[in-house]
Design a protein around this ligand. Structure first.
Ligand code: TRP
Length: 307
């Protein structure tokens, strides 16, 4: 395994410079993202919550009794709580996250709110297979929960690969409950990633501050600007930082030149058609069994079983 510095240097040495989105989420970044989810323009969170509130009984009926809910992510969201409140005799709740601190803190909160629930947090990089804990009550089935359309932050092949890992974790009778953001009027998407208060810009730029503070970088943060553009053909938002002049920066001992107008790619956010997501799920061994949407059809939550 290469270390973080090698990985950063490798990404910034590509013809299209890039920084992995995982560097967004230091303390400040996590707070800024929290603020993003509260912006009126960021429709994703509101739409997904509305879907959960409206259709959770339906979801619980499909999931059935005594399932083990395996969440990809730390499980700190309101969506998770809505689900946990409605599931019938749940065998275990297994949040899986790479950040141990964050994971254990939110697991403690969940235990406090649901004293009868068996909570088994697993520290793991969920993009590769990991071992599941053995709960005291034998689960009838495993249901992988992946909210927030985080799947959209993976490029096509990596997304299929991740769905395959979930397919494996779900096991024979298992299922997947996943949040999937949908293609829509580009103006709506554009506003969600270019809010008027500049929170999104601050979030994107914070990645440079984070690298300066803890990864031996020396970015001149004021000499970069946030850019988010929706590529309608590819169905994805391209999130970048644009250099405002010819300049150099360094990661540890390695120096880089960046030209005026040149970009550093920080994230893709893919938006899907129902057919497009169904095809991807199918390639990973899943069949989409149910799709719930908000009334404006901005966002979807989908229940997939193993085909
Ligand atoms: N995962 C979020 C998304 O795709 C991340 C995000 C929201 C983001 N706004 C951003 C990333 C702005 C970079 C810049 O919706």
């Amino acid at each position: 395994m290469t270390n973080a510095l090698d990985e950063l240097v490798a990404g910034l040495s590509q013809p299209q410079k890039m920084i992995s989105p995982k560097y967004f989420y230091d303390e400040a970044g996590s707070q800024l993202f929290e603020q993003i989810t509260e912006l009126p323009e960021y429709y994703l969170t509101d739409a997904e919550l509305e879907i959960m509130r409206t259709h959770v009984d339906d979801m619980a009926a499909l999931i059935g009794k005594q399932a083990s809910l395996i969440e990809y992510g730390s499980g700190s969201s309101l969506k998770t709580r809505i689900l946990l409140e409605h599931l019938d005799a749940i065998a275990a709740y297994v949040p899986v996250d790479i950040s141990e601190e964050h994971l254990y803190a939110s697991a403690q909160k969940i235990r406090h709110e649901f004293p009868d629930l068996a909570v088994h947090p697993v520290v793991a990089d969920f993009t590769t297979p990991f071992a599941l804990p053995t709960p005291a009550v034998m689960p009838v089935k495993n249901v992988v929960y992946f909210p927030g359309s985080t799947i959209g932050n993976f490029e096509h092949d990596a997304a299929v690969e991740l769905l395959r890992v979930m397919h494996g974790e779900a096991g024979k009778r298992g299922a997947l409950l996943i949040g999937v953001d949908l293609q829509k009027d580009p103006a709506i998407i554009d506003r969600a990633y270019n809010d008027s208060e500049g929170v999104t810009a601050a979030f994107n730029l914070n990645v440079l501050r984070h690298l300066n503070a803890s990864h031996s970088a020396d970015f001149d943060v004021d000499a970069f600007e946030h850019r988010a553009e929706y590529d309608e053909d590819k169905g994805r938002v391209v999130l970048e930082l644009v250099s405002q002049k010819d300049q150099t920066f360094a990661i540890d001992a390695t120096e880089f030149d960046i030209a005026d107008g040149e970009t550093i790619l920080t994230e893709y956010s893919h938006k899907y058609t129902l057919e497009g997501f169904a095809r991807m799920a199918h390639d990973a061994g899943f069949e989409v069994e149910r799709v719930w949407m908000d009334p404006d059809e901005l966002f979807s939550v989908q229940y997939c079983t193993r085909s």
